[in-house]
Design a protein around this ligand. Structure first.
Ligand code: HEC
Length: 128
């Protein structure tokens, strides 16, 4: 009886461990899933304004804005945050000394979106 149990245990172990799937072409991401991030050409109109609309304007947009006295849907108000320190970058990249925005548990901007804000800021935050 004991040897049958051992035999069965070994059989199950072999059955569970012997099967492997080596066809890597099926598990690597297909080109359509891989997204590229073009942060270098970030523009206010095409990138930054939509990011603000998506993550910030619910609280900081509208007239009058529901929070603070600035309306981030407005270019002139927004660029006042790109100074020393750069508040937009500070709050979205959760840098020390800044309050994380949008506040948890809201979804944070993606790495690509933060990279776009960074590149656009480095170019002097043009109204492009
Ligand atoms: C759910 C509402 C909400 C959203 C969305 C939101 N904020 Fe805020 N934000 C607040 C609140 C509340 C404060 C604190 C206001 C205060 O106490 O003066 C604040 C403060 C700030 C401040 C001042 C931070 C500081 O350290 O003093 C900045 C800058 C800011 N938000 C930028 C943003 C940006 C940029 C986004 C989008 C990426 C955003 N916020 C999204 C609610 C929000």
């Amino acid at each position: 009886m004991k040897s049958i149990f051992i035999f069965l245990s070994i059989s199950i172990f072999v059955a569970l461990t012997s099967c492997s799937y080596n066809k890597t072409s099926d598990i690597s991401p297909s080109p359509s899933i891989v997204t590229t991030c073009d942060s270098v050409n970030a523009s206010y109109k095409n990138d930054i304004a939509p990011i603000m609309q998506k993550y910030c304007n619910e609280c900081h947009g509208g007239s009058p804005p529901s929070i603070g006295n600035q309306n981030y849907a407005n270019y002139n108000d927004l660029i006042t945050l790109i100074d020393s320190p750069n508040y937009i970058l500070g709050v979205v990249s959760n840098e020390a000394g800044f309050r994380r925005m949008p506040p948890a548990p809201k979804v944070q901007p993606s790495l690509c979106e933060v990279a776009k804000i960074r590149q656009w800021s480095l170019k002097g935050a043009p109204n492009n």
